[in-house]
Write a protein that binds this ligand. Sequence first.
Ligand code: NAD
Length: 391
Amino acid sequence: MIVGVVRETFPGERRVALTPAVIPNLTRAGFRVVVEAGAGEAAGFDDAAYAEKGAEIAAGRDEVFGRADVLVQVRGYGANPEAGRADLSRLRPGQVLIGFLDPIANPEAAAELAAREVTAFALELLPRITRAQPMDALSSQATVAGYKAALLAAEALPKLFPMLITAAGTITPAKVFVIGAGVAGLQAIATARRLGAVVSAYDVRPAAKEEAESVGARFIELPLETAGVEAGGGYARPMDEEFYRRQRELMGQVVAEHDAVIATAMVLGRRAPVLVTAEMVRGMRPGSVIVDLAAERGGNCELTRPGETVEVNRVKIIGAVNLPATVPYDASQMYARNVTNFLLHVLGGSGKPDLSDEITRETLLVRSGEVVSPRVRQLLGLPPVPAPSAD
Ligand code: NAD
């Protein structure tokens, strides 16, 4: 079976789906790997490094699409709606596509993939179960984003992060507040701490307290009723608007007391909850910074504009998008390991997906001309799919 890797075409995307280091894992399992010339360049991996590890280099994109049985991408069509559209006509029936396909935000793209009669796996749909952790690309990339968010906050703040005791006097440390202590939030806490900031954190899931504290944050307790908020897998259930209103009210003072806010709160498959209002921003000290990691999902701050930095009352609101692409070398290595583990899991045995397996079944988006993911079918207004055949 031939695995194809092409250059990513999403604007600003510098990651690559496979790195040279993982090629032997695939060739040992009987796969051959074909890489489009230059595919890894922006991430720091040249063609020679792939060739040295046993991959073939193909001159052009069409050749990779033409030869590959399985295409692995970081942002496949759906997660790359404009530039990725050109690849639709390159796909042929029966070909397997694996990558981020953003099916919850862009279910129509899944329908278009179905029309091409490909078999597509969306890594966003991976269940957050222990067994799936080595394949969890959303989490590995969120870790990178959390790290980078702390650096962005440090860079934009007109203050130092660490406390300094110098002959020129004592500098007090910056105060950072992390909203949402999931994967990205925990890494943001750890990074801000390592830079010397004093870090506080809040999350609606009571279990997050211990995790946030273990990486060095002071956990802020808010008198909110959070029973039943835990949705499993580290996800929170959506709460009603009255809950968020009360949360904003209780958090107003906390936000005002901090120099930097890193917002990472999210609820699976929903628009990000708005937790920082324009009024709360006006209550912050001039020079303060908000890094909104939820920008792509509407933002945790009311004033966030995805991909832009807005300044209101001398408070900067950074609508951070696609941060993992700004650390492409390591983000690609992590993604490549995730996607290789996934590929070996799904196609490593008989070469045919085993639908009795939860990981395979949950991630399968499109097959035999149909969108098969129940969640995505629902978003498209389609009736439940008939029971899948065994092949
Ligand atoms: P996660 O599910 O691991 O963490 C989200 C956390 O938010 C959870 O712990 C959840 O309990 C918490 N939460 C939910 N509602 C909350 C509320 N009302 N108040 C406080 N906490 C609340 O998700 P993650 O992988 O850490 O990703 C976090 C966000 O970062 C997502 O929006 C994701 O899309 C985004 N992200 C952005 C980039 C980027 O480059 N901008 C990259 C990766 C991820």
